[in-house]
Design a protein around this ligand. Structure first.
Ligand code: MN
Length: 312
């Protein structure tokens, strides 16, 4: 990033303290994007727009600020995605081991492999809840097996289950693969759009296992009327109500959210609505994740020693 855009939400140092439960990790990574480029500037644009976002999230009736959110220095990596993967696996893993909720800001979707591996190593029954216009299930694309069009194929090969929704730009090879793939739930945008708004959420949640979730969200899963600034804007995407209400429904059902990433914003000068929508969604993902973390802590058994009531 060219200059320091400041802390997520422009939080005061006390709310953005080192080691805070929320950890925003910018990853301005772009190596294999094929069409419109610029996603390396996505994290900076989200951080800048977030300074204007209200810190209260009306959908989840909570604030990330209440929990505390540290914005970490960006991970700047010049190499190919297969070499970035172990770097981000280590970074994400150390955040998870510290009991924090990581939110990665991308950057192209190929960066997901390392973070998902870190989450799956700690939660063997992990499910990736994947919002995207594209399945990203190609075995190889443009000379690499680790590009943004292949990342979820590699995730599935690692034995991690995948629950993809909003899909609407699919290669014949991916369609054929999906018919025989194990551990894959595949929801096309065209299955969702005819439904009433609440029924869309119910359809996405149908068959979603009660397992720890990693949220891998590509902004092109949303309709380009909301976020036109992305590499491959595909018409017929999801609406704001559906994604917001989905996060609220996960919160209400007490879902275990392990971490999240918001990817593929490709900002353009003068088109701030995209940046703002991404910043709003980033905050909502963070609030949902921090509330899940808080529930897990509250449910964890208290340490036996130092208990003044002498229970146990
Ligand atoms: Mn995509």
């Amino acid at each position: 990033m060219d200059h320091d855009p400041g802390a997520f939400l422009g939080l005061d140092p006390e709310d953005a303290r080192p080691g805070a439960p929320g950890a925003v990790l910018p990853v301005p990574y772009e190596a294999t994007v094929t069409y419109e480029t610029g996603t390396a500037r996505g994290p900076e644009a989200i951080l800048l727009a977030s300074q204007q976002v209200e810190t209260f999230d009306e959908w989840l009736e909570d604030e990330a600020r209440r929990h505390g959110v540290e914005t970490l220095p960006p991970v700047v990596f010049p190499g190919p995605p297969e070499e970035l993967a172990p770097v981000l696996e280590e970074r994400t893993g150390s955040l998870l081991d510290a009991g924090r909720f990581p939110l990665l800001l991308g950057g192209e979707h190929s960066l997901s492999l390392g973070p998902i591996r870190a989450a799956a190593a700690r939660h063997p029954d992990l499910v990736v809840l994947h919002l995207d216009a594209h399945p990203d299930l190609r075995d190889e694309f443009e000379g690499t097996r680790y590009g943004h069009g292949c990342v979820m194929r590699r995730v599935l090969e690692g034995g991690v289950r995948l629950h993809s929704f909003g899909l609407r730009a699919i290669s014949p090879e991916e369609r054929a693969f999906a018919r025989r793939a194990r551990g894959l739930r595949w929801i096309l945008a065209r299955e969702l759009l005819p439904l009433a708004p609440l029924e869309r959420v119910a359809r996405i949640l149908e068959d979603l296992p009660e397992a720890p979730l990693w949220l891998s969200w590509d902004v092109d899963g949303l309709d380009p009327s909301l976020v036109p600034c992305t590499g491959t804007p595909e018409p017929g995407g999801l609406d704001w109500f559906t994604v917001s209400e989905l996060l609220r429904a996960l919160d209400l059902r007490g879902a275990c959210l392990v971490g999240a990433e918001l990817l593929e914003l490709s900002p353009r000068p003068g088109q701030h609505a995209s940046d703002f929508a991404a910043a709003r969604l980033a905050h909502r993902l963070l609030v949902a994740g921090l509330r899940s973390r808080e529930r897990r802590l509250a449910a964890a058994p208290a340490p036996a020693h130092g208990d003044p009531a002498g229970r146990g």
